[in-house]
Ligand binder design. Sequence first.
Ligand code: DC
Length: 226
Amino acid sequence: MESATPVIVAIDGPAGTGKSSTSKAVAAQLGLSYLDTGAQYRAITWWMVNNGIDIDDPAAIAAAAGKPEIVSGTDPQAPAISVDGVDVAGPIRTQEVSSKVSAVSAVPEVRARITELQRSIAASAANGIVVEGRDIGTTVLPDAHLKIFLTASPEARAARRSGELKGADVHSTREALIKRDAADSSRKTSPLAKADDAVEVDTTELTLAQVIECVVTLVEEKRAGK
Ligand code: DC
């Protein structure tokens, strides 16, 4: 690709692979925008919970999917997310939202709404963007210039996530992650999946700095037309 073209980087993979930390750091280092699509699914889930929508009723979720206004910031140094003008960066990380987000994000009307939002944000990023999620390389941005699929062993992922959650029990974190990945991978509409043309990076034995360096190198090679 020509270096003047805004580069679009898709980073997918399950929870606890270092996706968010890597994506933010790569975007910051290369002067690109950043979009956390998981935060958008968490935000719509938070809104459903707060508005009394029955999470076990996909028809009720579908009927409400168009109601909340979700706004995502794209600065990798200060990621922001709001719903109807309310800053929800903190509330979307609760265990309640984590345990309900797979059910909400499996509803096709929710995915259609959020996918449209993601595409318009990516299209307006003048300097290029790193978009992280589960279905970015396969569905949201199939023409991304570079697709990365991050993996790690369940043990490594649980250890990282429980570290982030400050003292959460590793065993129950591992069980919750496995359950969420299974739900995200088996849903009918755009499941968590590696695109055929994605570069797979197993982060189990790598430090965060090594993963960042690896992805930065891949982006730079792409920009140089290698
Ligand atoms: O990245 P995260 O753990 O914050 O994502 C939360 C949930 O959102 C995840 O369990 C599945 C859903 N998700 C999705 O379905 N598609 C995406 N592109 C990103 C996240």
